[in-house]
Design a protein around this ligand. Sequence first.
Ligand SMILES: [Zn+2]
Ligand SMILES: [Zn+2]
Ligand SMILES: [Zn+2]
Length: 86
Amino acid sequence: MSKTDRTRFVISNVKVIGEWDWTKPQKCMVCILEIKENDDVVYCPYCYHPAHREHLLEWLHVKGKCPHCQHPLREEELLTSLEGMF
Ligand SMILES: [Zn+2]
Ligand SMILES: [Zn+2]
Ligand SMILES: [Zn+2]
């Protein structure tokens, strides 16, 4: 499955979101795949959960809100790091 195919799959299945569990490895809020060290990650500024940048931007294009906390969300608000947030 190519990267493009996967994004399309995510968009056509936008309702499928798993339960969040901080004790497990960090997973993208959109594709539910584990986030790897060198992935391009962004964070919701309201619930601080991570997602692949590419996936969350596609999601926001369709839904306009965080897939986890459902807070209305714009691309410009996304955090690129959680440093200093806690
Ligand atoms: Zn993802
Ligand atoms: Zn969240
Ligand atoms: Zn959120």
